[in-house]
Design a protein around this ligand. Sequence first.
Ligand code: MG
Length: 204
Amino acid sequence: MKIVCIGRNYADHIAELHNETPAAPVIFMKPETALLQRSQPFFIPAFSQDIHHEIELVLRVCKNGRHIDEQFAHTYFDGIGLGVDFTARDLQSELKKKGLPWELAKAFDGSAPVSEDFIPAIEFTDFAAINFRLEIGGIVRQQGNSGLMLHPFVKIISFVSQYITLKQGDLIFTGTPAGVAAVQAGDELIGFIENKEMLRVRIK
Ligand code: MG
């Protein structure tokens, strides 16, 4: 399986990192080894002094497809979960400055904790009205609503599948809202979709 991620999909997050708003979705990938096994802690890697949390809604792909038309794209995912796109921001800034790919900053081991449970897609009445948030120590650090995405789920699926075949079991990270910041050893990240706790990650 693979993890496809969308960057720069929320205007407030684009603004906080002083990035340009892209016309087309910005895509990058994480390998299977980035998945953080359920309830495993996240160990801050030695190569970064600035690991940021990025809370994101995650789509679970339920069938194989390529060149998917937007009008059928909703049939290609069957669950919505929550994940953290851990990012070595210091490393990413250096790579961006040099115009180099982001992989080392984004795709490292354990950089993708994903909720064990996915909420069945059919339980949502509106994919453009899903609230999610990240809390650390009881304080809300990030909150988002899928209606604020620049590229909605169906657009992402259609766009990615023009280039890369989606396969059953793939995961799609759909972008993070504002509020990204560094994690510290001892933090416990708790993620929610609406008021349902989906994810807990201890930082070591
Ligand atoms: Mg992200």
